[in-house]
Design a protein around this ligand. Structure first.
Ligand code: ADP
Ligand code: MG
Length: 186
């Protein structure tokens, strides 16, 4: 089992939200199964399946020693996982290598970290939700779409833009705007 833990904070508790998103994504092949949300006086915790290392770390381990064929297999798995999430009515909004993890006993790749996820389809009618007129920046600067930088409400295509920038980075193409640290702005 894997535990994701956050310290309780009066203003910002996102794990309960992440647990609700993971619960809505239950049964998807490329999303870890979630079991429980637990809290005590100091912490909130999510209990989910334990998976392997993330793709940013895997890439550092391999350095340049991976073939184009493997990169393409990885990218197809990433796209498949994004599509599953989209088809269930959510956008991820923080697509980057460290939010994808390897499976410990198969070639499958899982998408994790739904702290910034958002519904793009109405839960009941399954119709697209109306776009908000303005949205604060959320996500990771190096991999964010132009829309995100322009404070436009994000949609599925923006996950695909972030996937595209992650892919270029994986293929060692230089992203001129690449920052050293891939921290998420929440
Ligand atoms: N279910 C899991 N099994 C194994 N490792 C995981 C799992 N979920 C997350 N991780 C690892 O923990 C890291 C941080 O988790 P993440 O959900 O991305 O948290 P944060 O919101 O801090 O970015 C990921 O980059 C990944 O390496
Ligand atoms: Mg993360």
């Amino acid at each position: 089992m894997a535990l994701k833990v956050e310290k309780k904070d009066k203003n910002k508790n996102i794990l309960i939200f992440e647990y609700q998103v993971l619960s809505s994504l239950k049964g998807l092949e490329h999303v870890p199964n979630v079991y429980d949300f637990v809290n005590n006086s100091e912490q909130n915790l999510i209990v989910m399946d334990l998976l392997g290392i993330n793709l940013a770390k895997a890439r550092r381990c391999l350095e340049q020693r991976y073939s184009l064929k493997i990169v393409i297999q990885i990218l197809i798995e990433m796209l498949t996982s994004i599509r599953e999430v989209h088809d269930r009515g959510f956008i991820h909004r923080d697509v980057k290598a460290s939010n994808f993890v390897l499976c410990r006993d198969s070639r499958r790749i899982f998408i994790v970290d739904f702290g910034l996820a958002k519904r793009h389809l109405d839960q009941v009618t399954k119709q697209p939700l109306p776009r908000r007129r303005k949205a604060d920046f959320r996500g990771t600067v190096s991999f964010a779409s132009l829309n995100a930088h322009n404070n436009i409400d994000l949609s599925r295509r923006d996950d695909i833009w972030s996937f595209y920038f992650t892919m270029l980075d994986f293929l060692n193409e230089k992203l001129e705007w690449r920052e050293q640290r891939d921290y998420t702005i929440t």
